[in-house]
Design a protein around this ligand. Sequence first.
Ligand code: DX5
Ligand code: ZN
Length: 246
Amino acid sequence: MIELAPSILSADFARLGADAQAAVEGGASVLHVDVMDGHFVPNITIGPPVVASLRKVSKVPLDCHLMIEQPDEFIPAFAEAGADWISVHQEACIHLDRTLHLIAAHGCKPGVVINPATPVNTLHEVLPLVHHVLVMSVNPGFGGQTFIPSSLKKIKLLSEIRKSRGLEFRIEVDGGIHHNTVAEVVRAGAQILVAGSAIFEHGAPRENARKLMKSALDAAKQFVQGISPAVTGGVAGDDGNSLSLP
Ligand code: DX5
Ligand code: ZN
């Protein structure tokens, strides 16, 4: 199952409720909330009050991606505000096992996130604990960056590990997901697709969500039918290079 999770970071905050609702009407089934503290990443965004406001106007799960130091201090507030999923960065958590249990103890689905420079094997011990693994395909901090192709092999590796260990976590990807990259991440095994600028940057979130979801579902269908990227002509990256799996 493929799910689209628009990142509200790129929405017009003056009309957040309406834009988020339009994206959901276009086929999004999760709303991705990027929380930044100006320490873990060089940017500051939003906190629990915005999650509480979104909770009132939207029924879909709120996926809170915490790009913050010492997330344990804020997990209760995000849970109280109405977060459904909470993910924390492997790089930010000294006691990652404890933090993931804390999220679950507050009634939320725990997720773990890895930056582009962090290998998948750092997650070996916690994979049985998580509802989702979020693979960053840009360095976190800003919307509108270019997709980093090496994230494809991490998605594929996670998919293989899940199968060989009989686990059930979902694989989410975040950063640089547009029409020219979505097919490759789906073929690599990503199931939850975070997209900010592709949905909100030029207005029309309903239509943008519908089109991106269609591209993702077409790619998933080809994947199931065993049609390789080479047969379909591959997908060009921003720099014109193919984003084929290594
Ligand atoms: C980056 C955030 C992403 C980002 C996605 O730190 O976690 O969710 O906003 O934006 P796009 O889709 O524009 O790369
Ligand atoms: Zn994010």
